[in-house]
Design a protein around this ligand. Structure first.
Ligand code: SF4
Length: 211
């Protein structure tokens, strides 16, 4: 007998996929996190220059290990700091592929992302020839208002805690519209209808991933 919750999730994902396609983005679906790594390996050609935005999802699904495994020219941000890291953020803008997740994806087919440093939203927006976002079903929301709420109440505080940013939300669990030196939500970008058809590809996963 089918699982009703799984069925509901899949129906919602189908709606999101249609909305993303209507906005000129490619949309894909795998049921489990365990399928993500092979999907990515099949999609990105060997030898491609690949970069990524900070993402718990890419770590959880084994994608970072795949990228670092020698098949690709991987700009591995984990291996550098300071000025070298800053240079890598700029080099990422001319990569063949850029991988990340999204803070939220709406049922209207929009991507909603908020950055502290803005290197990720910059690369999502312009530069890399291909962008692939791996998105767990926990990040699907009805509309942009729900996306904003999701970031304010979940994504930003959890990431501030994870990255030890010592922001008010990392201490109290609630946003205080701070001006902290390590504020994690300085730049908000919404991707809606895209002129460059198929540049942004979204892989939706039928399990929760990341924050
Ligand atoms: S504005 Fe500051 S307190 Fe609010 S979510 Fe962002 S980092 Fe946290």
């Amino acid at each position: 007998m089918s699982n009703p919750m799984e069925t509901l999730t899949e129906l919602r994902i189908q709606r999101v996929m249609k909305a993303l396609q209507a906005n000129n983005m490619e949309a894909y679906y795998v049921k489990t996190a365990a399928e993500v790594k092979d999907f990515v390996a099949n999609m990105i050609p060997e030898g491609a220059v690949v970069s990524n935005g900070g993402s718990v999802t890419l770590g959880q699904t084994g994608v970072l290990d795949l990228l670092a495994g020698g098949k690709y020219q991987f700009l591995d941000r984990r291996t550098v700091t300071g000025a070298e890291l800053d240079k890598m953020f700029h080099d990422a803008l001319s990569a063949d592929w850029y991988l990340a997740s999204s803070n939220a994806v709406t049922e209207e087919g929009e991507l909603y992302n908020v950055d502290g440093n803005a290197n990720r939203v910059a690369a999502l927006t312009f530069g890399p020839k291909n962008v692939l976002l791996v998105v767990g079903c926990n990040k699907i929301v009805t509309d942009l208002a729900a996306a904003e709420e999701r970031v304010r109440t979940i994504a930003a505080p959890v990431n501030a805690i994870r990255l030890d940013c010592q922001t008010p939300c990392a201490v109290t669990g609630q946003c205080a519209d701070c001006r902290s030196p390590k504020r994690v939500c300085c730049t908000t970008v919404i991707h809606s209808f895209q002129r460059r058809k198929g540049r942004i590809k979204v892989l939706l996963v039928g399990e929760p991933l990341g924050y």
